[in-house]
Design a protein around this ligand. Structure first.
Ligand code: DX5
Ligand code: ZN
Length: 234
């Protein structure tokens, strides 16, 4: 099997690990550091055992950056929040299929509101969820940890799953299908991002690895550059 090398690697710092008292500064700092997306983790204390941010916080950070905002919904039910996040400036909205009664409808709703739509698969969620909706998906997000908390250890079985989904995307493209990003979230660090990208990821979320390693001036240029370097080194 030939290692995957993305045409474009996207880095998506998760602001779950940012300083919540200074979110505006923190998102500006990751934009300056060369990040590609702002990853925005929404937890509801129901689908996952933690509680984070809603659409009002998304709206508050929107004017601080040009970067696309990548909203990861860890909520159940899903649908009612989608128009609120679209209005709050989200560009990408992903959700966990087990948390929606009608996955196809939820995907269409996201796209109809002008956002890119994605499915998130937990470590134990089968890839088969993609089967009948490939044409409605812009992003597949594979969890490298069980959702709910930052700073957990990457589950190695995710690498095989990345290879499987990368192969599915390749055959979908070969049959004339639309581009689909393959994103990975949870446990991505400087010492494993190379293996993760080689297995098929083109978009990597990193929370604690980035916000836990500030430069002397409080920015994140060094860690973002190092992650990009490791990810694409051959
Ligand atoms: C986990 C969240 C992740 C998390 C990643 O439920 O979806 O986005 O912030 O954090 P790290 O990179 O620290 O594992
Ligand atoms: Zn996330």
């Amino acid at each position: 099997m030939i290692d995957f090398l993305p045409e474009q690697l996207r880095l998506a710092p998760s602001i779950l690990s940012a300083d919540f008292a200074r979110l505006g500064e923190e998102v500006r700092a990751i934009e300056h550091a060369g990040a590609d997306l702002v990853h925005f983790d929404v937890m509801d204390n129901h689908y996952v055992p933690n509680l984070t941010m809603g659409p009002m916080v998304c709206e508050a950070i929107r004017p601080h950056v040009q970067l696309p905002i990548d909203v990861h919904l860890m909520v159940e039910p899903v649908d009612a929040l989608i128009p609120l996040f679209a209005k709050a400036g989200a560009n990408i909205i992903t959700f966990h299929p087990e948390a929606s009664r009608h996955v196809d409808r939820t995907l269409s709703m996201i796209r109809d509101l002008g956002c890119k739509a994605g499915l998130v698969l937990n470590p134990a969620t089968p890839v088969a969820w993609l089967e009948h909706v490939m044409d409605k998906v812009d992003v597949v997000l594979l969890m490298g940890v069980n959702p709910g908390f930052g700073g957990q250890k990457f589950i190695p079985a995710t690498l095989d799953k990345l290879r499987q989904v990368r192969a599915r995307i390749a055959s979908h493209r070969a049959q004339g299908g639309q581009p689909i990003w393959l994103e990975v979230d949870g446990g991505v660090k400087i010492d494993n991002i190379q293996a993760i990208v080689r297995a098929g990821a083109d978009t990597c979320v990193a929370g604690s690895a980035i916000f836990g390693a500030p430069d002397a001036d409080g920015g994140y240029r060094n860690v973002v550059a190092e992650l990009r370097h490791q990810a694409t080194a051959r």
